[in-house]
Design a protein around this ligand. Sequence first.
Ligand SMILES: Nc1nc2c(ncn2[C@@H]2O[C@H](COP(=O)(O)OP(=O)(O)O)[C@@H](O)[C@H]2O)c(=O)[nH]1
Ligand SMILES: [Mg+2]
Length: 324
Amino acid sequence: MIKKCIGCGYYLQDKDKNGLGYVPDINRELCERCFRLKNYGNYQSVTLNNIDYKKIINNIPTTSLVVYVVSLLNFNLDFINDFNNYMIVLTKKDLLPKTVKDEKLLKYVKNKVNNCLDIEIVSANKNYSIDKLYNKIKEYGKNKDIYFVGMTNSGKSTLINTFIKNYTNETPKITTSIYPSTTLNKINLTIGDLKIIDTPGLLNTKSILNYLPLNEIKKITPKRELKPRSYQIKGSAKLLIENYLQINIQGSDNIVFFISNNLNIKRITRDNEILKNKYKHNLVLNSNNDIVIDDLCFIKFQKAIQVEVYTLHDINVTLRNNLI
Ligand SMILES: Nc1nc2c(ncn2[C@@H]2O[C@H](COP(=O)(O)OP(=O)(O)O)[C@@H](O)[C@H]2O)c(=O)[nH]1
Ligand SMILES: [Mg+2]
């Protein structure tokens, strides 16, 4: 039988040192890439394509339960309508400010989806509502295959590891990391009576994560609760966020950034020379809109206002109703 790596799900092989799934000794259960990532934090990047992931998704038997995992930092529900028998898990709750009420998050999601069995808000890191989630999955997933799907990095593997830690005597073994494409193939596990299948996740090709070196990915990824950062705008303003982003605002408003505390935001008077010639996004906001920049930040506005956003890379800059 061909063995799979217990960390990423890729087929193990001892022939090609530079290939995925390589192990020096075929009797090992963890590939070199996972071994290095787990023990030394070294990440060997992989470009998975969404065609392969879509194949995995399309082959999920309709009799299965789908657990659709969404990071509360991203709120990406883009391909939720591909599923029938699914529940939604909003995770990484520990990163949102404590003032954010669950009811508001639930209302937001309920307006976006239909036919969803249930929605649960959790934090794997803080073990928040994990028992409740586990019981619901037991209820909806009885005698079914239970597939964890969602965007890459949304927190699927971490959740499953938390289940293993909480409800079995085994040590959690799935590799998790802040980088996209850590899980490379389906991973089948049994937890109690449950048959759980972890999957790699859909890659967001318009995410800033695809463009940044590893040390910058670390910098933009928040590790603890986001502290809202407010800026009073009177008439007009230009704000520069590191060297990734410039925001030009015409009008007056009190705007609030939800962004990693490690990133620098400063007021500038002249356009940044480099950003000015890169990607420009013209946005016309209604009152109470957020500007969302996938995997980087969201910015809460309150007034109907015009905003120009300049980005260094070809990334998504979108609007949604205020989340908070
Ligand atoms: N703060 C916080 N981080 C989380 C949580 N769950 C996952 N993460 C982090 O999110 C990143 C991606 O997690 P992972 O499980 O590998 O995502 P996957 O690609 O969906 O399997 C890792 O750095 C995790 O530590 C959570 O509940 N809170
Ligand atoms: Mg994973």
